[in-house]
Design a protein around this ligand. Structure first.
Ligand SMILES: N=CN[C@@H](CCC(=O)O)C(=O)O
Ligand SMILES: [Zn+2]
Length: 435
C-alpha cells in the first residue's frame, strides 16, 4: 500500500488487541482469554483510525511503498489499546484531604456527608471558583489521566447542583472536549446530592423543569453536547422514585442513562436501571441477586469502582458473581475528592486483588467494556481496523506488568497515543532497561 500514513508501530513483542471480531463487549469467557499478537505491527492513517494490524513481516510488505509521519520501534515492548475510564468526577475546586484524615480516624462517608461535608464541601468551593480556574485544574487532571494510559474518560458535573454552576462545569467539560487530545464522554450529574434547603422531590422537580430543558436547548443550538445523565440513587440522597423521574426525563431528551446505584445500601437501583434501559450503573456494592440477573439480561454495564470500595472500606462488589451471571463488567477510577486516583493501571490491580478478577478480565473491563458503558465500543476499547488509533506503549516484556507493578505505570508507560498522535512521551524513553 502506498501513500502517507500517520503512524507505524513496528515489531511489538506483544500487541494486545483485546478483541478482534467487532465485539461490542466481552462476557466472562471472552474476557478470560484476550486476543494478543506476538511480533506485530500496526498502522494508523491520516484520519487517526487504524488501517492495519498484524504480523510485523506482513505489515512491512503491505506498506512497503508507504511513508509515515512517525515510526516508533516497539521491539521488546507491548502495545495496548488506550485505557477507558468509565467513571470520573474531575471538575471541582477544594480538595478534601482533611476528610481523608477524618475517615482514617473512623468517620464514615455518610456521617461526613450528613454533617455538611463531603459533596456539600466540594459544592461550596466549586460554586465560588471561576470557569477559568476550574478549566485549568481539570486540564491538569486530564493530563495526569492520560499519562497513566487513559485515552477516553467519562467526566461528570455534579458539584454545582444549581443550574448556574452545573452549566459552568459542563461548559468546562465541553471546552476540554473541543481543545484537548483525549476522548471525553460528558455526564450531567445535577442529582449528585440534594442541595441544602430542598427535599429530594423538590430537587428532582427543579432538574426536570429547569435543568434538563436548558440542556435540551443548548443541544439544539449546538452549544453543548452532553452524553449521559446520572443520579446518586442512595438512602438519604435520591430515592428510587426521584431517581426514576430524573433518569426518564433525561432519557426523553436523548441522554444515555449512566448512574450511581446500590453503593452504600441496597436500593433496587440495578432493577430500575434494567427497566429504564440504562447503558450503565456504577458502584453496585450492595446490589441484590435479582438486580444482577436484571442487568445481565438488559445488557446494562456494571461499572465497578475498586478505589472507592478500598478507600471507604466498603464491601467489595461481587465481580465474580456478576461475571458468572453474564454481566458486562467495566471499570472506572471514580476520580473525585473522596477517591483521589487517576490511574486505571492501579484500578485494574485493585480489581484483581480485591475483587478477584484475572488480569485479562481487568484489562477487558478497562477497555472494550468501559467503552461499551459509554456507548463508544464501535470506535474505542480494542485494537481493530477502523477503530480510533488510541494506544499505549509499555516498556515491558509482557503487557501484564502494567497491572502487576502496582503504581509502576509512570515508569512503564513509554507513549500514549490518541488518534495516531503522540500525546505523552515518557522522558525516560530511549533508555533501555528491563523491568
Ligand atoms: N457516590 C457518589 N459520588 C462519588 C463521590 C463523590 C464525592 O464524594 O465527592 C462516588 O462515586 O464515589
Ligand atoms: Zn461517582
Amino acid at each position: 500500500m502506498a501513500g502517507e500514513q500517520r503512524l507505524l508501530l513496528e515489531n511489538a513483542r506483544q500487541l494486545v488487541l483485546v478483541c478482534g471480531r467487532g465485539e461490542k463487549y466481552l462476557l466472562q469467557a471472552g474476557m478470560a482469554s484476550l486476543a494478543v499478537l506476538q511480533n506485530a505491527s500496526l498502522v494508523v492513517g491520516q484520519d487517526g483510525y487504524i488501517k492495519a494490524v498484524g504480523p510485523a513481516d506482513v505489515i512491512r510488505n503491505q506498506f512497503s511503498g508507504a511513508t509515515f509521519e512517525r515510526k516508533i520501534d516497539c521491539t521488546g515492548k507491548c502495545v495496548l489499546p488506550g485505557l477507558v475510564d468509565a467513571h470520573t468526577h474531575p471538575v471541582w475546586a477544594g480538595d478534601r484531604v482533611h476528610e481523608f484524615a477524618m475517615k482514617l480516624a473512623g468517620a464514615s462517608y455518610m456521617e461526613i456527608h450528613q454533617a455538611g461535608g463531603g459533596i456539600h464541601f466540594t459544592v461550596e468551593h466549586t460554586r465560588k471558583a471561576t470557569e477559568e480556574e476550574l478549566f485549568n485544574t481539570f486540564k491538569h487532571r486530564l493530563e495526569r489521566m492520560r499519562r497513566a494510559g487513559s485515552t477516553l474518560v467519562e467526566c461528570k458535573s455534579g458539584y454545582g447542583l444549581n443550574l448556574e454552576t452545573e452549566l459552568k462545569m459542563l461548559r468546562v467539560i465541553e471546552r476540554a472536549k473541543q481543545s484537548m487530545d483525549i476522548g471525553i464522554s460528558s455526564t450531567y450529574c445535577g442529582a449528585h446530592s440534594v442541595p441544602k434547603g430542598k427535599t429530594a422531590t423538590e430537587a428532582a422537580d427543579d432538574i426536570i423543569n429547569n435543568h434538563l430543558p436548558k440542556l435540551k436547548e443548548l443541544k439544539l443550538s449546538g452549544e453543548m453536547h452532553v452524553n449521559n445523565i446520572d443520579v446518586f440513587c442512595e438512602k438519604g440522597v435520591f430515592d428510587l422514585d426521584s431517581t426514576r423521574r430524573i433518569l426518564q426525563a433525561g432519557k426523553d431528551i436523548g441522554l444515555q442513562i449512566n448512574f450511581h446505584g446500590d453503593e452504600l445500601h441496597p436500593m433496587k437501583s440495578a432493577e430500575l436501571g434494567a427497566e429504564l434501559g440504562a447503558q450503565a450503573i456504577s458502584h453496585l456494592e450492595e446490589v441484590s441477586d435479582e438486580g444482577i440477573a436484571a442487568i445481565a439480561r438488559a445488557k446494562c454495564a456494571a461499572v465497578l469502582l475498586p478505589t472507592t470500595a478500598y478507600m471507604l472500606r466498603l464491601k467489595q462488589p461481587q465481580a465474580r458473581k456478576m461475571l458468572n451471571e453474564g454481566v458486562i463488567v467495566a471499570l472506572g477510577s471514580d476520580f473525585n475528592p473522596n477517591a483521589y486516583c487517576f490511574s486505571m493501571p492501579m484500578v485494574m490491580h485493585l480489581a484483581c486483588v480485591n475483587m478477584k478478577m484475572s488480569m485479562n478480565e481487568a484489562l477487558a473491563a478497562a477497555t472494550i467494556n468501559a467503552a461499551y458503558a459509554l456507548g463508544k465500543s464501535d470506535t474505542h476499547g480494542s485494537i481493530e481496523i477502523g477503530k480510533q488509533g488510541d494506544l499505549v506503549i509499555v516498556n515491558s516484556s509482557r503487557w501484564e506488568h502494567l497491572i502487576y507493578q502496582f503504581g509502576g505505570h509512570q515508569t512503564l508507560i513509554d507513549y500514549v497515543i490518541v488518534k495516531g498522535e503522540v500525546v505523552y512521551k515518557n522522558e525516560r524513553c530511549g533508555i533501555t532497561s528491563s523491568y
